[in-house]
Design a protein around this ligand. Structure first.
Ligand SMILES: C[S@@+](CC[C@H](N)C(=O)[O-])C[C@H]1O[C@@H](n2cnc3c(N)ncnc32)[C@H](O)[C@@H]1O
Length: 566
């Protein structure tokens, strides 16, 4: 089905959070649903030009399904795109007619958040919220400020989130019948980080996850709109009992790209002991190996007597106190540009950033006493090989009474003071290891590393970290030297008692790798994955291209209703 394009300006698109789904991705999403009732009530909130409903309808018209009726409810606030949406619905009618499916649709050109929040909150003047068997969604992405109308509306029904997409999804699953299914494409950002914790809890309380799909490339799925977010697709059903296993898959996002699938215990996706409820997506074999290496670690940062904080110097707020060069009355100011392998290169006069900050009454609250600190970058570029990048600040190399750590870095400290040197060096090796970097990528798709992310990790115990520190003779070891050292100590460590892994996650499970057929994929997404499925098995199915409609059939009895409610 051809979906008409529209030409909103970039600014207007951003205001509306309007990033349209490419047809192959929409088809892929539609194929994720499990078995459906004969008569389906479908919700497409933030429908755009109708690509998702069209894909769903095309899927239902496939001869293999026994669907007799589809009643689609679509919400779209942008008047400009409505004609395209209506045209797509007309095409859906034709397709359904040829497949002897009764198709009706209602387009609401109203604000989904306001209307559904009012309905769910039981406002006297609001309509009773409808119920749906199925929802397919690519909700608008836009930050919503604390005092925005959207935020107030969502709060009235107990939804706390700072991004519109999460608000949409939380409303949508509240409208599903028990067992009702949702397939959604959203930024991956809700899977970790402190701001999305209330949403994650709410999401996991209302939905049983069946499948998570991640795109390896940030660009591919939304190429035309230059979306640089890492996106995921999830398939879930309304209910409160998480399955024992779920399907994790990944692909590059290009059409016809191979899809790699794994079947994993749910406890690997959301760790039962994790208070933050991070959603891990181990989409590559290396992520699994990383878990196997680190899973037995049980030591928290707190029990090591350590804390992590974000650099306190926000440079634009202290502009007048910043100095390009160190001089009288100044102390060192450290930025990520001062990272130099495992150590700090300071001052860096050729860099654009200041190297020093005045030490006076105004700046002192933002400075820390000199000592050994471990620094990590908060932001890495997409091209950087690693997400976790750590270096050691050694007061013997940069002499000063106090130091300023700028806001683009995080620093590990012991109650506001420096760390014990050997422990810090061991921690440096651990943080710079490939295993930890890969582990981090299981739950974060960001190039940003939050202090909460680092707080949520488990660490080797103090003894093991000190042993690593003693053995690390130089701070600028190569990656393979660091990995060897960390691997050796983690394997030796008495604190690392790997939890018994399910049989097929043992090392030789990879030998069972096999290609799975599209049918196997369909079965695995719609029903609990089979116990015998092999992990990380590259599947032979691909993101589909444009669906070809089957040969038209003689229409049997069907009717249509079209209503645009504004
Ligand atoms: C990310 S786009 C996705 C469009 C379509 N579902 C697709 O996948 O191609 C989200 C759509 O939601 C619409 N939208 C934004 N805010 C809305 C609101 N409060 N109520 C209804 N629709 C809204 C936008 O105009 C945009 O067309």
């Amino acid at each position: 089905m051809k979906i008409e394009a529209i030409s909103n300006t970039r600014t207007r698109q951003e205001e509306l959070g309007q990033f349209l789904t490419a047809t192959p991705v929409a088809d892929f999403m539609a194929a994720m649903f499990g078995s459906l009732p004969e008569s389906v009530r479908l919700l497409d909130a933030g429908a755009g030009a109708g690509a998702l409903t069209a894909a769903f309808v095309s899927r239902c018209c496939d001869k293999r399904h026994s669907i007799r009726a589809i009643d689609a409810t679509l919400y779209e606030i942008d008047d400009k795109i409505l004609p395209s949406l209506v045209a797509t619905m007309r095409e859906c009618e034709q397709l359904c007619s040829a497949a002897a499916i009764r198709f009706t649709f209602n387009i609401h050109s109203t604000d989904f958040v306001q209307e559904m929040s009012a309905g769910l909150a039981g406002d006297f003047f609001a309509n009773r919220p409808p119920a749906f068997d199925v929802a397919i969604a690519n909700p608008p992405y836009r930050k919503i400020s604390t005092d925005s109308a959207e935020r107030h509306a969502l709060r009235s029904v107990g939804i706390e989130t700072s991004n519109l997409y999460a608000g949409f999804i939380a409303l949508i699953y509240r409208l599903l019948v028990p067992g009702g299914q949702i397939v959604g494409i959203t930024p991956r950002s809700f899977c970790n980080g402190p701001y999305f914790r209330p949403f994650r809890e709410d999401f996991l309380r209302h939905l049983e996850l069946r499948r998570l799909h991640v795109f390896d490339s940030r660009r591919a799925a939304f190429r035309n709109d230059c979306v640089l977010q890492e996106n995921i697709i999830f398939h879930a059903a309304r209910g409160q009992n998480q399955p024992s296993e779920i399907v994790i898959s990944s692909s590059s996002g290009e059409s016809n790209a191979e899809i790699t699938e794994s079947v994993l215990p749910f406890a690997e996706i959301v760790r039962p002991s994790d208070p933050e409820k991070f959603i891990h997506i181990p989409s590559q074999a290396s992520h699994t190996t990383a878990r196997e290496s680190l899973d037995g670690l049980k030591t928290s940062l707190t029990s090591l007597g350590l804390t992590i904080s974000t650099g306190r110097v926000v440079d634009f707020r202290l502009k007048d106190a910043l100095r390009k060069e160190p001089g009288r009355g100044t102390v060192p100011l450290l930025y990520p540009c001062h990272f130099n392998g495992g150590t700090v290169h300071w001052p860096k006069l050729e860099a654009r950033k200041p190297n020093a900050i005045l030490d006076n009454d105004e700046t002192r609250p933002w400075l820390v006493p000199s000592g050994v600190y471990l620094l990590t970058k908060r932001f890495t570029s997409k091209e950087e090989r690693r997400r976790l990048v750590a270096c050691l600040f050694d007061p013997d190399q940069v002499k000063a009474e106090r130091i300023g750590f700028e806001n683009h870095l995080n620093y590990f400290h012991a109650n506001g003071h420096g760390l014990e040197h050997t422990l810090a060096v061991g921690l440096l090796a651990f943080l710079n290891s490939t295993a930890l970097d890969q582990y981090f990528r299981r739950f974060s798709g960001h190039t940003q590393v939050n202090a909460t992310d680092l707080r949520s990790l488990s660490y080797p115990d103090g003894e093991t970290l000190r042993a690593m520190g003693r053995e690390m003779k130089a701070l600028d070891l190569s990656q393979s030297e660091i990995d060897r050292l960390v691997h050796k100590h983690l394997n030796d460590s008495s604190s690392l008692k790997p939890s018994p892994a399910p049989a097929r996650w043992t090392a030789n499970a990879a030998k069972n790798s096999k290609r799975c057929s599209p049918d196997a994929k369909q079965a695995s997404s719609s029903s609990p994955p089979s116990k015998t499925a092999a992990p990380c098995r590259p599947s032979s199915h691909k993101l589909p291209g444009n669906p070809k409609s089957g040969s038209p059939k003689t229409p049997t009895t069907w009717s249509t209703s079209m209503e645009i409610v504004s």
